[in-house]
Design a protein around this ligand. Structure first.
Ligand SMILES: Cc1cc2nc3c(=O)[nH]c(=O)nc-3n(C[C@H](O)[C@H](O)[C@H](O)COP(=O)(O)OP(=O)(O)OC[C@H]3O[C@@H](n4cnc5c(N)ncnc54)[C@H](O)[C@@H]3O)c2cc1C
Length: 507
């Protein structure tokens, strides 16, 4: 590295997604020089943002990178931009339930306890909801955890088709509730109800994502700098192996070394694990932060199935579809003798014909269009349980290999069957179901787990690496379990907590 440029920052944050953005937001205005390194560019605001052919058929924004699933090459659902996956996320911003932080027995295994409890994260959930502009209504979700404050913004109201479904769910004795959603909606808000939230970027910046809500506000402070197009390739340590000293990066094709006093790794659960493994050195032959041998292991991403509830005679003209969720069976279905957790049922973004070309490519286009016009689209989600053999590893050529060992499938199948029953009873005679496979890595987590014991976890309860005094990992990799609700708010809450700790106790 003799010909490379070198520089020194107080804090180097790798990745500008929800985790990295939350720490940057916390350190903004502090005395520290903070450098955020992001491999992608800012996502351009352009007509193609809402062009379904461009996104779902030509896959304009998806990485060209190839990963491997046990030898088979695939293009993962990864989007490398400022803001990370949240540029494409569906804005469902759930808190984990109190019991999600504890050890929970499932039909096919155990969901382990977290090293922190819900009460420790509660103030940070409140802050995260405020920062992301989450809209919702407290007090109806039957599994809702205790809240120190209500939502700052009222929920997005149901459109007529969904209002009718809401009432039919209530008539079944269920407690449907307004899905908490990070959308700048309502009087003075930017949302145009364009139907393009889930899996598409927001052209009018109405989506509460990490770029809009964390990175841009942080950049208003002179002490925070964001550098795009900088891919971190490796972390380096001092001779003792205890301290991270620098990162080697490729910046628009030029190799550089960036030195720092403290490093926050937030490249996403899969990439962070891969980076730590690729950074193996003499002192850490199994990879950095990995004396426990857990880095890359326990990969989880939820068991998920898309459901299209179709009424052949009723067209669904809803514009903003994600206003409803059902959690009555989150922890089980005891009245039918099932005492293990099942999962969450949520509305999905509106499915349209181009999105069905892959899964229903064998059907004529006209039929796909008819199905999409007449469907109300749902998402059934169950917990994926951590298994050490479910694993991210790095091949000899440096590429990522993903071995997703499926878990808890019996519970998920039971949950999907139950959801079909529930949806048919709302007046939709046909319910089509399609599970998501390995390529869908949206809810990736668990690969750099935090814990109370250095022998079985990579990070302590404040996400600091047990093996390195100046390394924190704050993306969804830290999750010891996945729960059955969406991850982004929990990533934000813990990263905000860690960010404040770094600002007040470490710097
Ligand atoms: C289509 C879709 C829908 C989703 N819907 C929801 C939802 O409704 N609710 C919810 O809670 N969650 C949802 N998610 C998941 C949610 O977006 C993620 O959990 C969350 O954004 C993860 O944040 P993160 O900080 O862990 O990682 P990421 O968002 O992956 O951020 C990592 C960042 O690091 C950058 N990076 C990676 N490698 C390097 C490197 N080597 N050098 C420099 N930079 C690097 C990446 O470009 C990225 O910006 C969805 C995800 C997708 C894809």
């Amino acid at each position: 590295m003799s010909s490379v440029q070198r520089e020194l920052s107080d804090v180097v944050i790798i990745g500008s997604g929800v985790g990295g953005g939350s720490v940057a937001w916390q350190l903004a205005g502090s005395g520290a020089q903070v450098l955020v390194l992001e491999r992608g560019p800012f996502l351009p605001r352009e007509a193609q943002n809402w062009d379904l052919e461009e996104i779902f058929v030509r896959q304009r924004y998806k990485t060209q990178e190839l990963w491997y699933a046990d030898g088979r090459a695939f293009r993962p659902g990864m989007f490398y931009f400022v803001g990370g996956l949240s540029k494409f996320y569906g804005t469902a911003m759930f808190r984990f339930r109190e019991r999600d932080f504890e050890c929970v027995q499932h039909e096919e295994g155990e969901s382990p306890a977290w090293p922190i409890r819900y009460a420790q994260l509660e103030p940070w959930y409140t802050l995260a909801e405020r920062l992301f502009g989450v809209r919702g209504q407290a007090g109806i979700d039957p599994t809702e955890p205790a809240r120190s404050a209500g939502f700052e913004h009222p929920p997005i109201p149901h459109e007529p088709v969904l209002q009718a479904i809401h009432e039919r769910l209530q008539a079944q004795g269920l407690a449907p509730f307004a899905m908490p959603s990070a959308i700048d909606f309502g009087a003075g808000g930017r949302c145009l109800r364009c139907s393009n939230c889930d899996a598409l970027p927001c052209k009018v910046d109405a989506k509460g994502d990490a770029e809009m809500r964390l990175i841009r506000p942080a950049l208003e402070h002179a002490n925070v700098e964001l550098r795009t197009g900088v891919r971190v390739e490796r972390l380096l340590t001092d001779d003792s192996g205890r301290r991270i000293t620098a990162v080697d990066v490729l910046h628009d094709g030029v190799r550089k070394r960036i030195c720092g006093k403290l490093f926050v790794l937030s490249a996403g659960a899969i990439n962070s694990a891969a980076l730590l493994l690729r950074s193996a050195n003499g002192a850490h032959p199994r990879g950095l932060a990995n004396s426990s041998d857990v880095v890359g292991r326990h990969y989880m991403t939820h068991n998920t199935t898309a459901l299209m509830a179709v009424h052949p005679l009723r067209r669904n003209r809803t514009h903003f579809p994600k206003t409803l969720a059902v959690h009555d069976f989150y922890f089980g279905d005891p009245t039918h003798g099932y005492d293990y957790p099942l999962g969450s049922l949520q509305l999905l973004g509106k499915i349209r014909e181009p999105m069905l070309r892959g899964p229903l490519g064998h059907l004529p286009k006209m039929l796909r269009s008819l199905l999409a016009q007449h469907s109300v689209d749902w998402y059934a989600q169950s917990e994926d349980l951590p298994d050490p053999d479910s694993r991210v590893s790095v091949r000899a050529d440096g590429a990522i290999n993903l071995h997703w060992k499926r878990s808890n499938l019996r519970a998920h199948q039971r949950w999907v069957a139950k959801c079909r029953e529930i949806l048919r009873a709302t007046g939709y005679p046909l319910v089509l179901a399609k599970g998501f496979g390995t390529e869908v890595v949206s809810h990736q987590c668990g690969t750099v787990r935090f814990g109370a014991d250095a022998k079985t976890s990579a990070l302590d309860a404040l996400c600091r690496a047990w093996d390195h005094e100046n390394l924190y990992v704050v993306d969804a990799g830290f999750f010891p379990s996945s729960a059955a609700v969406n991850p982004a708010l929990t990533v934000a809450a813990q990263a905000l907590r860690v960010g404040q700790h770094i600002r007040e106790q470490v710097l």
